[in-house]
Design a protein around this ligand. Structure first.
Ligand SMILES: *Cc1c(COP(=O)(O)O)cnc(C)c1O
Length: 482
C-alpha cells in the first residue's frame, strides 16, 4: 500500500490524503544558510525554523494531524480531574493497545523517568535490543546500566535483513545468566529501533523474548513510540502475519509485554505520552509518581485538547493508509539515493531515511563527528535540517574520553503526511550535489559541551574554513538560484 503502478514509468508513491491546511516555508539564500549555521553553533537542533526549508530533524510532534483529530480537539472537556477526554483516551488505549490501566505523562521520556525511578536500582542491568538517547539517560540517572543485544548483522548498514531490530536471544540468556535475575528489573524492547535507522523487530522475535522473560520471571517492557510503523512492516515483511489487520498485529505485540509505554508525539500524531498495563500491581507501583512529576492522574501534564487528539490518533494507527505514506516515501528516497551511489542504511526503515556518514565522509575522523558535519553541510546546500545520530549524540566515559558510536548517521526524518513528492525529489537532488562535492566537507569540534544530552544544545565550530568553500562551490554550480 502507498506505492502504485504507473502505466508508463516506474512505480511511485501516491498520497492517500489531501492537503487542507498549509503552512508557509522559508527557503533562504545559501549566504543566509551559512550564517544561520554559524549562529546555531553547527548544531541543527539550534536552527530556527524561519531559516529552515524542509524540517527533517524529527518525526516527534511534527506529524500532520487529521481532520478528525482537529475536530475532536474542539470537544475537549476541560477538567482538572475526571475529564471525559481522559475516559475517551483510556478507551482508545484499551481498544488499540489492549491495556486497561493507563498513566498519562507529558511525553515519552517522562514515561521513561517514571519507569526507571520505580524499577531501576543502582547496579541493575537493563537488557534491550538497542538504546534510545533518553532511556539511556534515565537508566544511568538511576544508577543502572544497559546491555544492547542486537544481532551483529544489525550494524551492517547495507543489508537486506528485514528485521534488524531483532534481539539476539542467545545474547539475552547469556546476559541474564551473567548478571543474575535479581539484578535485572526488566527487559526492554523498542519497536522500530530508532537509533539504528528505524529498523523493526519481528513478531516471532518478540515471542522469543517473551519466552525468555517467562523462563526467568523478568518483566518485559515495550517502548511502543514507533509501534504503528513496526506493525506495518511486520505486515509487509513477516510471512505469518500478511493476512492480519494492523489492529490484530498491534494487539499481538502489546499483548506480549507486561508494560507498554509510548511517546504520543510519534505514535498518535499529537502530544503527550503514556504508560499502560493490564497488571494492577504494576500500575499501583507507579501511580503516585504521576501527580508528583506530571500532573493529576487524568491529564498527566497533557492538555485536554491533546488528549482528544491522542485518542483519535491511536485509532488512526489501525488504518494502513494513515501509516503507509511515510514508509513509502522513505523507501523511494533511500532507493533513489542508492541508485546515485550514496551510502544509505538498508533496507529502508521507518521515521526517516538514514545516510551512512562514515562512508559519505570517509575522510573525516570519527572524533570530528562526520554525521554532525554532514548534517551541517547538507543544511548549507539545501536549507534542509536533518539530525546527527552518531558520536555527537553519545556520551563520554568516566574519564571524559569520547566513546565512538557504533554508527554515524544523518537522519532525514519523514513525518507522517507532511511533505510532497516534489519536496522529496529536491532532497534527492541536493544530496546528490553534496555527494559529488563531499571532499569539501570538513570536521567539527565542540566549543560548548553540556554534560547531559549534549547533542541538544551543544555548540561546535568547523575544524577549518570548509563551510565557506562549500558555499562558494554551491554559488558556482547553481548561479543565483536558491
Ligand atoms: C522519541 C522517542 C522517545 C522519547 O519520546 P519524547 O516524547 O520525545 O520524550 C522514546 N523512545 C523512542 C523509541 C522514541 O522514538
Amino acid at each position: 500500500m502507498g506505492m502504485v503502478k504507473f502505466y508508463k514509468g516506474p512505480d511511485m508513491p501516491l498520497e492517500l490524503h489531501k492537503v487542507r491546511v498549509v503552512q508557509k516555508l522559508h527557503l533562504v539564500p545559501v549566504e543566509r544558510r551559512l550564517d544561520a549555521m554559524k549562529e546555531a553553533g553547527f548544531n541543527t537542533f539550534r536552527l530556527g525554523t524561519k531559516d529552515v526549508y524542509l524540517d527533517m530533524l524529527t518525526d516527534s510532534g511534527t506529524n500532520a494531524m487529521s481532520d478528525n483529530q482537529l475536530s475532536a480537539m474542539m470537544r475537549a472537556d476541560d477538567a482538572y480531574a475526571g475529564s471525559q477526554s481522559f475516559e475517551r483516551l483510556q478507551k482508545a488505549v484499551e481498544d488499540v493497545l489492549g491495556k486497561k490501566y493507563l498513566l498519562p505523562v507529558h511525553q515519552g521520556r517522562a514515561a521513561e523517568n517514571v519507569i526507571c525511578r520505580t524499577f531501576v536500582k543502582p547496579g541493575n542491568v537493563i537488557p534491550m535490543n538497542y538504546h534510545f538517547t533518553t532511556v539511556l539517560a534515565h537508566v544511568t540517572e538511576n544508577g543502572g546500566k544497559i546491555e544492547e543485544l542486537l544481532h551483529d548483522h544489525a550494524f551492517q548498514l547495507k543489508s537486506d535483513h528485514p528485521f534488524k531490530g531483532n534481539m539476539d536471544i542467545e545474547k539475552l540468556e547469556k546476559c541474564i545468566q551473567e548478571n543474575g535475575v535479581e539484578n535485572i528489573p526488566f527487559i526492554r524492547m523498542e519497536a522500530s529501533t530508532n537509533l539504528i535507522g528505524g529498523q523493526p523487530f519481528s513478531l516471532a522475535n518478540l515471542m522469543d523474548v517473551r519466552r525468555i522473560a517467562d523462563k526467568y520471571g523478568i518483566m518485559l517492557v515495550l517502548d511502543a513510540s514507533l509501534i504503528g510503523e513496526n506493525a506495518y512492516l511486520i505486515k509487509q515483511r513477516e510471512d505469518n502475519w500478511k493476512e492480519n489487520t494492523m489492529g490484530e498485529i498491534l494487539k499481538m505485540m502489546t499483548g506480549l509485554a507486561d508494560l507498554v509505554y509510548f511517546s504520543a508525539r510519534k505514535l498518535s500524531s499529537s502530544r503527550g505520552g503514556g504508560i499502560c498495563t493490564n497488571q494492577k500491581a504494576l500500575y499501583a507501583k507507579m501511580e503516585a509518581m504521576i501527580p508528583l512529576y506530571e500532573g493529576f492522574l487524568t491529564y498527566g501534564g497533557i492538555s485536554v485538547r491533546e488528549i482528544e487528539a491522542m485518542a483519535v490518533g491511536l485509532y488512526e494507527t489501525l488504518d494502513e493508509t494513515m501509516i503507509c505514506q511515510s514508509p513509502t516515501y522513505i523507501k523511494y528516497l533511500v532507493e533513489e539515493l542508492e541508485k546515485r551511489g550514496i551510502p544509505m542504511v538498508t533496507p529502508p526503515g521507518v521515521l526517516g531515511a538514514h545516510v551512512n556518514a562514515m562512508e559519505f565522509c570517509k575522510h573525516i575522523p570519527q572524533e570530528e563527528y562526520p554525521a554532525g558535519a554532514l548534517a551541517a553541510a547538507f543544511y548549507i546546500c539545501s536549507g534542509i535540517r536533518g539530525m546527527e545520530r552518531g558520536t555527537m549524540s553519545s556520551v563520554r566515559d568516566e574519564e571524559g574520553k569520547e566513546i565512538l558510536a557504533d554508527v554515524e548517521l544523518l537522519r532525514l526524518a519523514v513525518p507522517r503526511r507532511v511533505f510532497t513528492l516534489s519536496q522529496i525529489n529536491y532532497v534527492i537532488d541536493r544530496m546528490t550535489w553534496l555527494w559529488d562535492n563531499r571532499h569539501l566537507i570538513g570536521g567539527l569540534k565542540f566549543t560548548y559541551e553540556p554534560p547531559v544530552l549534549r547533542f541538544f544544545m551543544g555548540g561546535l565550530e568547523p575544524t577549518s574554513d570548509w563551510p565557506s568553500k562549500l558555499m562558494d562551490k554551491f554559488r558556482k554550480d547553481f548561479g543565483d538560484s536558491l
